[in-house]
Design a protein around this ligand. Structure first.
Ligand SMILES: Nc1ncnc2c1ncn2[C@@H]1O[C@H](COP(=O)(O)OP(=O)(O)OP(=O)(O)O)[C@@H](O)[C@H]1O
Length: 370
């Protein structure tokens, strides 16, 4: 079968694969190695294979298949992707509120110029989504650059999930267009989906499979061979703390475990872009730290993460860029420091989202019924 071709954009890893320091947590070491190796390998691979298919990433005990035997799925047919120069898309400047003071952390500021210089990997222009009379997303623009850790925040019902669903080819826009790595998501959805790993909101998994089977299914669907799927599944299980759960049905997983196995499925083919809708929802603090570290190293190796979250502290700490969406529109976008100005991101968010509401007329709640 001929290998599909996807044009490799210039990302930081393509020139000088960055050497990562030994991770603090031994749990994420295998995945760190995986991300580093596969991204560097992809970047240097001029035959432009969409997924890294290393023969032996990490030593795997082939004597330890998933407890429930898995019938290998037939090799999926993957359409060749024509070599194509991505359209030079001039990023539209989203007007930012005047920033009078910047309270930047040295480390964050140091990496921002590199991100700003990087090529665009995700461009959304004029996105609109109407559900009947309800306009969920209204003329929304978004530009994400390679190697960026991009946060999307907004109040409930702001249109974050709707936006991410349109970006990832899961929900057809009423108007507008999206390109990922120069590929028009809605004109060439199969090609666009190959370069993305997606964690949708309220994802319905095939939960009558075990975790191992689900990972196997995800990896095989993405065109990985048996050995690679097994080795990566083992790495991902360790990284997400799911080793002991791999042989249990996903239906019996807790909410956080389900989120983590879905996240693992999104990452197994080492995509260039990860689009994650509320990846930390229900995830315990220790796992959240591990997941964050994995994503940070993925970004450091040249990957791009776009995630939505209600965790302002997390976004401020982890992301280099943020967009605040309110009522389906981007009200502010840019580096974290540009958007928040002299305030905390949370205060800026609350201000843009309409301010805090003072709860009045709730005296009945203080007169207990018993
Ligand atoms: N399938 C649908 N049919 C009708 N309306 C929808 C549908 N999906 C979303 N909406 C509406 O679109 C708007 C945006 O919803 P969306 O789920 O994108 O918000 P969100 O920012 O992700 O919210 P949250 O933070 O609560 O997850 C809401 O008014 C919602 O009711």
């Amino acid at each position: 079968m001929s290998e599909p071709a996807v044009r490799k954009p210039a990302v930081r890893a393509s020139t000088t694969p960055r050497k990562l320091t030994t991770p603090k947590s031994p749990d994420v070491a295998p995945l760190t190695r995986l991300a580093e190796q596969t991204l560097a390998e992809n970047a240097n691979d001029e035959t432009t294979r969409p997924y890294a298919t290393r023969d032996a990433l990490v030593a795997v005990d082939s004597e330890q298949p998933p407890a429930t035997p898995v019938t290998p799925l037939p090799e999926p047919t993957i359409e060749p992707v024509p070599q194509e120069t991505p359209k030079a898309t001039a990023p539209r400047t989203i007007s930012l509120p005047a920033v009078t003071a910047v309270n930047s952390k040295a480390a964050k500021s140091a990496k921002e110029p590199a991100v700003v210089e990087a090529p665009t990997v995700l461009v959304a222009r004029g996105l609109v989504k109407r559900f009947g009379h309800n306009v969920a997303v209204s003329d929304l623009d978004l530009t994400v650059r390679a190697g960026s850790f991009y946060g999307i925040v907004g109040p409930n019902g702001a249109g974050k999930t709707t936006t991410l669903s349109m970006i990832t080819g899961l929900l057809r826009p009423t108007a507008g267009n999206v390109t990922v790595h120069g590929i028009d998501v809605w004109a060439r959805p199969n090609e666009a989906k190959r370069v993305m790993g997606v964690l949708p909101d309220r994802l319905r998994l095939f939960d009558r499979l075990t975790g191992a089977q689900l990972l196997y299914y995800a990896g095989t669907l993405r065109g990985l061979d048996n050995d690679t799927v097994r080795s990566r599944s083992a790495d991902l299980a360790v990284a997400f703390g799911l080793e002991d759960a791999l042989n249990r049905l996903v239906a019996d997983y807790s909410a956080g475990m389900t989120k983590k196995i879905a996240l693992a499925c999104a990452m197994i083919h080492s995509p260039r872009v990860l689009v994650l809708d509320e990846p930390f929802e229900s995830v315990d603090p220790v796992s959240a730290v591990n997941v964050t570290e994995i994503l940070q190293k993925y970004v450091a190796a040249g990957g791009t993460v776009v995630l939505s979250s209600h965790g302002m502290d997390l976004i401020q700490r982890v992301c280099d860029h943020v967009a605040i969406i309110v009522q389906g529109r981007v009200l502010a976008a840019g580096t974290i420091d540009e958007v928040r100005g002299p305030k905390s991101l949370e205060d800026r968010f609350v201000e843009l989202a309409g301010g805090r509401k003072v709860a009045e007329g709730m005296e009945w709640l203080h007169n207990f019924s018993d």
